[in-house]
Every structure is written in C-alpha cells, then in structure tokens.
Design a protein around this ligand. Structure first.
Ligand code: COA
Length: 379
C-alpha cells in the first residue's frame, strides 16, 4: 500500500535546483539571474537578456556585439524549410506550424551529441535567431504573401516586426515589442520549461527540447491565455457590462483569463511594466477600447477576486498591446515562444550540467488480477 502523497500539478514540489530566475509571488518580484525584470524591460534589450539567461551574467560589450552578430547571421531559413512551411495547411494554428518547423530544423542541423558544448551553443543561437523568421514566414505564406527575408541592419525585435509587416516599427513600437520579448523570456519552472527539461533529461537534441516546450506552451492555461483575454473582452463588450459579467462569471466558477497565477498572489510585475511601456504606443495609436475594458475589469476584479490573491498576470495586457501593434490573435502565443525560447534553452543547458532523467512516481489506482476474457466470450 503506497503512502506517497499526490500533489496535483506538482504544486510546491521542487523538480530542479536552478539559478536562472526567481519569483517572490508576495512581493511582485521577478528576477533573471538576480536582476529585476522591470529594469531589464526598461534598460536592456532582448539579445542582452537572452545572453544573461543563457550564460548567467551580463555580457561584456564585446560579447554582446559578437552574440548580436551571430543572431543576425543565423536568421535566415533554408529554402527547404521554407518549402516545408509553405506546405502546411494555412488554416492551421501558427503554434503547430512553429512546432513542426522547429522539430524539422533538428533534421537540417543535426545536434544529437549534447555533450558537445560548442554544438549546443550554436544550436541555441540558431533557435533564438530563427524562431521569429519561422513565425513571420508562416504568417505571410498562409495569406499567399511572400515570406520577407530578415534584415541584418535591424535588431531582433525590429527585424521581427519588419518580417511580419514589411515596414519598420516606430521607436515606441520597437521598444514595447522588445520589452514583451524580455518579459516573456523566462519564468522559473512553468509547464513548458518543465516539459523542455524533461525532454532534455533524456539527452534529446535541442530542437526536440524546444519543440516539446512549444507544444506545452500551446494550451490556454499557459501561453494561450492572452488570445482568450481578447475573446473575453469582446464578450464583455462595454464598460457598463464589466461588473455584471464578472459577477456572473464568478458565480458560474468561470476562470477569468489573464488573471490568477500559481506563484503570484499580487499583480504580476510584468503586467505593470508592460502597461507603462504600452502607454507610449497608445500615445501614437490611441488607447484601444479593449484596454479601457481591461483596466475596468482589473478594478472591479480587485474587489471580487483580489481577496483570493487573483490579480492580472502578464497575459492580461500583452494581447491588448499586440492587438494595438496590428498583430493577429493567433500569433500571440508564437510570439511568447519567440521570447521564451531563451529561457527554455537556459534551462536545457542547466539541466545538462547535472542531468538525471526525470522519472517520477505515480499512485496506481487501477485494478489488479483482472482475468482475460477471450473475445468470443465477451458480449
Ligand atoms: C494560471 C492558473 C492556471 C493557475 O492555476 P492554479 O494555481 O492551479 O490555481 P487553481 O486553478 O487551483 O485556482 C485556485 C482557486 O482560485 C480560483 N482561480 C484561479 N484563477 C482564477 C481565475 N483566473 N479566475 C477566477 N478564479 C480563479 C480557482 O477557481 C480556485 O478557486 P477555488 O479554490 O474556490 O476552487 C489559473 O489561475 C488560471 O487558469 N488562470 C487563467 C489562465 C491564465 O491567465 N493563464 C496564464 C498564466 S501566466
């Protein structure tokens, strides 16, 4: 008879020691390698943050210049990979296209020997550099447009925007997109990171690790939440309807998308800094109606859900920002992946440093000694 205690969702169960990021859910504190994420969102850029996550410290000027050069250099896709993306159904979800393309990338760039540190680093650069190109290419191709080649003279965020829209972003738009990538780059042991670590613990290659993490990110309880926030705000429709809608939703025990978090019991610090940077974009585009609705929902929810420690998480506002940038809803989660790939790879490298294959236990609740009844004797 097993005496093991089951912790559904592995809540509060440590599965690894990690020095990559830290959350204090009561103090609204998130640090990457010890540095507060708000500071990185305001002062850093995605490239520097990715290095910080992967290597543990801020890069020197020379290291950053070389890393940035390498990222720019590896943005292009092989024509066969573009052909593969072209062949995917245009009605599919871009997350599935991204997962398929990343899994296929492992065939173009074999990297099965994960004891080879140089090959691991090259794979990390390739993955970070190419994910935006894959997302933008699938997006363009599914509407019958040509994929736009990356531009070496633009930084990571600006180039991604350019490949989506064939125009350069304004400085405010570039900044908020860059900040979104920083804010989504890492978040301790979330579901996709855990899934990447589990896959990495089998010594699978990095493309398999990342495609497995992408698959896990797809679900609405994880990466898909920001898409659903906009659906929810559409459903609410007007400021006057916010309170009645929320009261009814809570009475029916509906989850409010973009709210609540396993770790944060206060407002997610990423949501706060994102709102601050988004104001610069809204100064150009005008405040979207969805933003006004979301702020009212946050205000009303503070009284109703606040006592349970349920406040907006980063996804409550990120979708609204992406919408203001003209990004379609089904690209929100792929953009999350474009950012989080840095964190996934940092965890993969950390896992490899002291690897043991994940093999948890289960509590068997099934039957025993069941006789096999031959088919002809069954009804
Ligand atoms: C993020 C999330 C999955 C965390 O889940 P969790 O830690 O397992 O928390 P639980 O689902 O067990 O919820 C605990 C309690 O809070 C309530 N709760 C949690 N999130 C809620 C939300 N968004 N809206 C309303 N109630 C919520 C649950 O109903 C539950 O109430 P109960 O104790 O009365 O049954 C959950 O908050 C959620 O589904 N949020 C919406 C999706 C989302 O925004 N995801 C993105 C995360 S970055």
């Amino acid at each position: 008879m097993s005496q093991m205690e089951l912790r559904p969702g592995l809540a509060d169960v440590p599965v690894a020691e990690s020095a990559i990021s830290y959350i204090d859910g009561k103090r609204a504190r998130l640090e990457y390698r010890g540095i507060a994420v708000e500071i990185l969102a305001r002062e850093s850029c995605f490239e520097e943050t990715a290095w910080l996550l992967l290597r543990g410290d801020l890069p020197t000027q020379r290291e950053l210049a070389e890393f940035d050069y390498q990222l720019r250099h590896h943005r292009r896709l092989k024509y066969k990979l573009k052909d593969l993306i072209k062949c995917l159904p245009e009605t599919g979800h871009p997350m599935d296209a991204l997962q398929a393309a990343v899994a296929a990338m492992g065939m173009f760039y074999p990297a099965r020997d994960v004891t080879d540190a140089k090959s691991n680093w090259e794979s990390a650069i390739r993955l970070i550099a190419k994910l935006p190109t894959v997302v933008a290419a699938y997006h363009r191709l599914r509407f019958g447009d040509e994929a736009i080649d990356p531009r070496d003279d633009l930084d990571h965020a600006a180039n991604f925007y350019y490949m989506l829209f064939e125009r350069e972003p304004s400085p405010a738009v570039r900044k908020v997109l860059d900040a979104c990538l920083i804010l989504h780059a890492e978040h301790t042991m979330n579901a996709s990171t855990f899934s990447g670590r589990v896959t990495g613990s089998t010594l699978a290659d990095p493309y398999t690790v990342v495609s497995s993490a992408i698959g896990t990110l797809t679900g609405p309880l994880h990466g898909g939440a920001n898409e659903e926030v906009l659906d929810m705000l559409d459903e609410i429709g007007s400021i006057e309807n916010v309170r009645p809608w929320l009261e009814e939703a809570v009475a029916k025990k509906r989850k409010i998308m973009g709210m609540g978090h396993r770790v944060y019991k206060v407002k997610d610090p990423r949501a706060t800094v994102l709102q601050e940077l988004a104001e610069h974009v809204f100064a150009e585009t005008g405040r979207p109606k969805t933003y006004e609705l979301a702020m009212e929902l946050e205000r009303v929810a503070a009284g109703i859900l606040g006592p349970k420690g349920i406040y907006p998480n980063v996804d409550f506002y990120s979708g609204i920002v992406y919408q203001a940038l003209g990004i379609p809803r089904d690209l929100f989660t792929p953009i999350f992946a474009v950012a989080r790939v840095a964190g996934w790879l940092a965890h993969w490298l950390e896992q490899l440093q002291n690897n043991r294959i994940f093999r948890p236990e289960q509590i068997y609740v099934g039957k025993h000694d069941v006789p096999y009844v031959p088919l002809e004797q069954r009804p």
